[in-house]
Design a protein around this ligand. Structure first.
Ligand SMILES: *Cc1c(COP(=O)(O)O)cnc(C)c1O
Length: 236
């Protein structure tokens, strides 16, 4: 499918509507393979670096759940899109700083990257103040990479417990970004195991290169950018 309302941008193999259809088909195939209901997997379309003119065709194609990795960038483009389309859901998948908690709680419907007590404190304060309750996931640094955000796997149980007992936060799931150079399967398995023993239902794992595999390991949220919108000009 290719028309004027769904333009092909440079660096993109096909228009977002066609790419979305491909990704949805792949999600359904992965679900079939492990006897899961496709409705148990939410496709979060990651729009970082892409402007509204690229996002609109995806919305026109029926996509409703989107993700950004920076609060400032999201704030610049999503209020208008949300105004135009009242049923959109916006997820934060990048690191959150305490001083952005107010904006994050106001703008996002789900935050995947809770990973330290100062963030918990700031989020709890804003949730109480604004009366808005974004769904919350804890990011786990499954590869223990020094430069990467997230709690270490061995600290995850205690952190989730503290989120609940000390900060009153209703943590619903876990998120991970496996190291680029590692096979992702062991990371997906580890995240699923930590979630299960903490009674957490949501698993945010799997990106363009590995979302089908993540679904086999139980992903409930796959975060897909490149496979839908094409290569990003510059990483945000
Ligand atoms: C950019 C990003 C994605 C999407 O990655 P693709 O490989 O483009 O699908 C997923 N998760 C996070 C946290 C990201 O920052």
């Amino acid at each position: 499918m290719r028309d004027a309302a769904d333009p092909v941008a440079p660096g993109r193999a096909q228009p977002p509507a066609a790419a979305l259809a491909d990704v949805r088909r792949e999600i359904e195939a992965a679900c079939r393979k492990v006897s899961r209901d496709p409705s148990s997997v939410t496709l979060v379309a990651i729009t970082k670096t892409f402007a509204a003119d690229v996002i609109e065709p995806a919305i026109a194609a029926g996509q409703r759940v989107f993700g950004e990795n920076r609060v400032q960038e999201a704030k610049a483009k999503w209020p208008l899109l949300k105004e135009r389309h009242s049923d959109l859901e916006l997820h934060l998948v990048g690191p959150l700083q305490s001083n952005k908690a107010k904006e994050a709680v106001a703008l996002f419907d789900c935050i995947h990257t809770v990973d330290r007590p100062s963030i918990c404190e700031a989020l709890a304060k804003e949730i109480a103040k604004q009366g808005r309750r974004p769904r919350l996931l804890v990011q786990v640094n499954t590869g223990a990479e020094p430069q990467k955000a997230g709690v270490l796997p061995e600290a995850a149980d205690d952190f989730v417990r503290r989120c609940r007992t000390e900060h009153g936060l209703a943590i619903e799931g876990l998120m991970c970004i496996p190291p680029l150079e590692d096979p992702p399967a062991p990371h997906f398995a580890l995240l699923a195991k930590i979630a299960a023993r903490n009674g957490l239902a949501l698993l945010s794992m799997g990106m363009s290169a590995d979302f089908a595999l993540a679904i086999e390991f139980g992903a409930t949220h796959v975060r897909v950018g490149t496979a839908i919108f094409g290569a990003r000009g510059k990483e945000a």
